[in-house]
Design a protein. Structure first.
Length: 357
């Protein structure tokens, strides 16, 4: 289900929406947040003028993400998108993050009781929710403005994270080598390869989660310096033609998203910062590629933290650049992830639901 534009003013505008209609709109928007391998590891419960966001542990990558760090980053991105959807309706979101220590999968409660006019900045971010796509390839040799890079750093800081632009050629090459080392190591781990394959859909699949062949190139594009992507096609010829029309595919502007600490709340902050940055970049026609491979290997993550991250805890490697995107993603409909209080999902049937796609 696509995100509908927010209702306009007048008798049929946001003021006339019921609490249930607001909740459905919020969730229909939030599901378009980015998530690792498009696992969409979340579900929502509606209770009057409140929506609760829950992490879906059944969709956590047990091999790649045993602590749930990437799952919580994904949920943080969904949380930011839900808050933005409320602002698009003119509501002021009131958010409590990790409200119940006894239920760590309860990510946040979001309520709305006050109204305020939506700003132009919020409207511009909202306009990118459906358009944003994770890029998997190289970029055209087009420089990005200093103003945009400053805006991206400010976006990360607003949500309790930091974006470090790796401008030094030597440090960029070192980070590229770390990503390449990680990708090679992960491809030699049969259990991790099998886990990745379980989230990759064949052409013509009706699945609404995972990585469809319409979202990555059939042939890996080597960038300079080399930042290899995941091997989704795995030699099967699936995927799209090369994204970049230029023979010299560039890595783009390389960044490292970090947090001062490494707790679940920091992972959520990183996810919120990530989505704000991606939408901000989108308003300027800039796409982003995401690399989590080296952060799934503790020894490489520690190397990045001490040698390249200025002591901050690395949460994601990003590349920003200009490219004409042709990728198409998929999302589960809100009816699959939104529940009324008292009818929330539970049990192994829910935990394995993604395998039925």
């Amino acid at each position: 289900m696509d995100v509908l534009p927010p209702p306009g003013p007048g008798p049929d505008g946001p003021d006339s929406l019921t609490a249930d209609e607001v909740a459905r709109f919020v969730v229909a928007t939030a599901v378009w947040a980015p998530s690792v391998h498009n696992t969409q590891p979340w579900w929502f419960a509606a209770d009057g003028q409140q929506v609760s966001l829950h992490a879906d542990a059944g969709r956590r990558l047990t091999m790649a993400d045993p602590e749930g760090r990437e799952m919580m980053i994904s949920c943080g991105a969904a949380l930011f998108t839900a808050r933005l959807a409320l602002r698009a309706l003119g509501h002021v979101p009131e958010t409590i993050v990790l409200p119940d220590p006894g239920h760590p999968s309860l990510v946040a409660r979001i309520s709305w009781s006050r109204r305020a006019a939506v700003t132009g900045y919020e409207q511009r971010l909202f306009s990118q929710v459906l358009r944003r796509r994770t890029h998997r390839g190289g970029f055209d040799p087009v420089p990005l403005s200093a103003n945009l890079l400053g805006a991206l750093r400010d976006s990360a800081a607003r949500d309790g994270a930091a974006l470090h632009i790796i401008a030094d050629a030597g440090r960029r090459a070192a980070l590229a080598a770390v990503v390449e080392t990680a990708e090679r190591s992960l491809r030699l781990d049969s259990a991790r390869v099998a886990e990745l394959a379980s989230w990759v859909s064949p052409p013509g699949s009706a699945r609404r989660d995972g990585v469809p062949p319409s979202s990555y190139p059939a042939r890996a594009e080597r960038t300079y310096p080399a930042f290899p992507g995941r091997d989704f096609a795995h030699g099967r010829g699936w995927g799209l033609p090369p994204f970049s029309a230029h023979p010299a595919s560039q890595a783009g502007v390389v960044g490292l998203l970090t947090t001062a600490d490494d707790r679940p709340v920091d992972w959520l902050n990183a996810g919120q910062a990530l989505q704000r940055m991606l939408l901000t970049a989108g308003t300027c026609g800039v796409a982003a590629a995401l690399h989590s491979q080296p952060l799934e290997l503790p020894w490489l993550r520690e190397f990045i933290r001490t040698q390249l991250g200025d002591g901050g805890y690395p949460q994601l490697v990003l590349r920003f650049g200009a490219v004409i995107q042709a990728s198409v993603s998929v999302r589960r409909p809100p009816a699959d992830v939104l529940f009324a209080v008292g009818s929330e999902p539970s049990g192994p049937e829910h935990a394995l639901s993604h395998r039925r796609g």
